[in-house]
Each structure stands twice: as C-alpha cells, then as structure tokens.
Design a protein around this ligand. Structure first.
Ligand code: CTP
Length: 403
C-alpha cells in the first residue's frame, strides 16, 4: 500500500517522541521511503541515530548543517527545506507539541521542521500531543481549529496516562493507529456516503454454563473488509462474534456471542445500509437443551448425546428481505465448489458470493491470506493468492461496479 510513497516524519519535543521509532519502522516495513526531521528540542527525547538507522536516511535537525554546506550533495544552499517539502507525498508531525502547532498556525519558521512544513506541497498530518490542560487551553483549541480550516489533517489525541502522571486527554495515539491514519490518507474515498454492514467471526452456542460449540473462524476476513471499507470512506457497522482481532476505524462495533444475537443485531442495523456483507462463520446448529449449570461427568456413562437443532440462517433472511441494499455472502466449500456456491447465490438471493476452499494452501481460517472466487449470476472471477486486506478491496470494487 505504501510502496514507493515518500513520507516525511517530523518530530517535535514531547516525551511521546520515543514512540516514533516504531512508526518509522512501520512505514519503512510497508515500503515507504522515509525522511525524519526533528526540532532541536526533540533530540532530548529520542536519539537521531536510532531514527537515522530505522529510516535509512540522514536525520535533519538544524537549519544549517555542521559541515561546509557548499560541498554537501544533499544540501542545496538555503533551499533544502523547500526541496524536502516538494519531495514528500505526505508529511506527518508526531508528536506535534502545542508550541509547534502554534508556530505553524502563525507561519513561523524558525527551525528546519517548521520551514519544511511551511514549504510542504503535500498533505500535512498533525498529531497534537500534550498535557490535558495545554490541549484544552483556548489558544491551543483556536490554533487547532485554524489549522483544520487551512487543510491540515488532525489526528486527535486520546485519553490516557500522561507524562505528568495525570490522566486525561492529550496522549498521542499508538504508532499503529497513526500508521493506519496516514495510510488511509493515501486512499481514494470512493465509498464516502455509503453505509456498510459487515459481520465477522464465529458464533458460539452454549452447551451448559461453561461449554459451547463453535468453529475455527478468527474474524480476520470480516475485520479486513471493515477496515478497507472504512479507509475508503464508508460508514461501517461491524457485528462480530468472539474474535481477538482489533479495529479502530469503524463507527459502530457490536460484539455478540450466539447466532440469535447476531441475527437480532443484523436485523436492527441492516436498515438504511447500501451494502451488507456476511462473512461471519455462523454456527448452523445449536444444542437443543442448554443446561443452566455445568454438566457433571457421570461415572456410570461413557458417552453423552448432544441433540442439535438448526439456527436461523441470517443470510437467507436478508435475501428474502432485501430492501435497498446489495447483499454479498461467503461460501466455504470443500467439494462441488462452484455448483454449491452458485446454488447458495440463487437460494439466498445474493448479488455476489465469495467462494473459499479451506483446503487450498494460504486460504481458510486464521491465515493472513486467502484464495477466492467472486461469483455473480453472470461471471466467475478467480482471484490469485492475496492478503485478506487485498481481497477485501477486490470485494468492495465489485460493489462499486454494481451500484
Ligand atoms: N450464514 C448465515 N446464517 C447461518 C449460516 C450461514 O447468515 N446460519 C451465512 C454465512 O455468513 C455465509 C453464508 O451464509 O455468508 C454461507 O455459509 P455456509 O456455512 O458456507 O453455508 P450454509 O448456507 O450454512 O450451507 P452449508 O453449511 O450446507 O454449506
């Protein structure tokens, strides 16, 4: 995603600066070319040498280099802040202190970082990070409001433990969150205004007070669809069964346990949707009688019969009650795959079905990749092995072709 993208990471002097090492690492690992610029006070919080090694580039701090700059290859006399500003596709200032933001807002450029921000032609992301009182101060808030008006993109701080020992607003979001935000800035918002409902994960059906039946689904595919759609500007409701996957980007995250709970949540939230995607590996069966207490081992019996009954087919219900939304389903098939998937497409009144074979290498539960075919009434598109994130985007592209 970030392959070949040129990113400047600007660091101003706040304690959270030490976390930027992980951010730089994430950018580089994902194919971006990174240059780091620090304010002179930022070097008190994190080592320029570490950042230089991680970014694989020289770190710029001072307005004027120590060496004889007329001999420098990289420094074009007096204009290198301009060339940096022109070089970047994205400029991220994190942490952005109250002081640095105030100066940017006033057009002050008395250090190299500020000069480069002022000269930047690319989008500039600011990550305000400071003590709560400084953050809530009317002057800081006025600066933030002005900077937003000027088109600076602000990733708001979060509530947490601050360097002062106080707890409150002003903490820098974790590097992974900054990374996701920056990545999303490169993505075309072609799903803006679309309301998308995604289901993910397994469901669990209780047997007794401590046991349940379920399946191996981890929820990864559904979470990747929700993430990709949110990055493309959609308004996302994600309804998930038990899953350890994490996500920040969705507007509405609903956690459920059983098929019935998922069904109720889907019925409630499908109204007004533009697209519903059922990736959840919904339990098809549930124990007919659920014991309130823990089932004890009876020494006299060597086996126990568990009577199962069918759960509601959520996708079938949606197909029958499809009003105003496009409906995508998933099919996990081990044999007669195309035939079975096509049957489900028809029986469940779907607009598209994503066919997976769990036995293919790189596909199935818990993997980061998948191999799938996208099947509609008039076409079958076989996709190669790709990440679940890439597959998520291919599925969303299909929606854009249909609407
Ligand atoms: N699904 C659902 N409710 C269920 C079972 C499945 O909404 N009770 C949805 C899944 O989210 C998926 C699709 O139906 O999008 C296909 O699920 P799958 O288990 O592969 O198919 P089934 O219809 O259950 O048929 P079978 O188990 O016979 O393959």
């Amino acid at each position: 995603m970030l392959k070949g993208k040129k990113i400047i990471v600007g660091i101003s002097g706040g304690i959270a600066a030490y976390k930027i090492c992980s951010l730089v690492r994430l950018f580089v690992k994902n194919g971006a070319e990174v240059r780091v610029i620090m304010t002179p006070s930022a070097v008190n919080f994190v080592s320029p040498l570490t950042l230089s090694v991680l970014s694989q580039n020289e770190v710029v701090i001072n307005m004027f280099p120590d060496e004889d700059w007329s001999k420098s290859e990289t420094v074009k006399a007096g204009t290198w802040h301009i060339s940096n500003g022109m070089w970047a596709d994205m400029f991220v200032v994190a942490p952005a202190t109250a002081n640095t933001m105030a100066k940017i807002n006033a057009g002050i450029s008395d250090n190299f970082l500020l000069s480069a921000v002022l000269a930047a032609r690319c989008p500039v992301v600011l990550v305000p990070t400071m003590d709560e009182d400084m953050f809530k101060n009317k002057i800081t808030q006025r600066n933030l409001a002005d900077l937003k008006k000027y088109g600076y993109r602000i990733l708001e701080p979060v509530v947490g433990e601050l360097a002062s020992g106080l707890y409150g607003m002003g903490k820098m979001p974790e590097p992974e969150e900054i990374f996701d935000y920056v990545k999303s800035q490169f993505i075309k918002k072609d799903l803006k205004g679309k309301k998308i409902l995604v289901t993910a994960g397994p469901t669990r059906q209780p047997i007794d007070a401590v046991r349940y039946i379920s399946n191996y689904s981890t929820g990864k595919m559904g979470f990747e669809i929700a993430r990709a759609a949110a990055e493309r500007g959609a308004d996302i409701t994600l309804i998930t069964g038990p899953s350890s996957e994490k996500i920040n980007a969705v507007d509405n995250l609903i956690r459920v346990q059983t098929t019935e709970e998922m069904f109720e949540a889907v019925k409630k939230h499908c109204k007004g949707s533009s697209l519903v995607i059922m990736t959840a590996a919904v339990s098809d069966f549930k124990p007919k009688n659920v014991l309130q207490n823990k089932m004890k081992k009876d020494k006299k019996v060597s086996s126990v019969n568990l009577e199962l009954e069918k759960t509601v087919d959520i996708l079938q219900y949606l197909g029958k009650n499809k009003k105003g939304f496009i409906l995508f389903g998933f099919a996990l098939e081990t044999d007669n795959q195309i035939e079975n998937a096509k049957r489900k497409l028809k029986e469940k009144n779907l607009d598209l079905i994503v066919l997976n074979d769990p036995n293919v290498e790189g596909a199935g539960f818990g993997t980061d990749t998948n191999v799938a075919s996208l099947i509609t009434n008039d076409a079958i598109t076989e996709l190669p092995l790709m990440s679940k994130y890439e597959l998520a985007n291919s599925i969303l592209d299909e929606y854009l072709k249909k609407k």
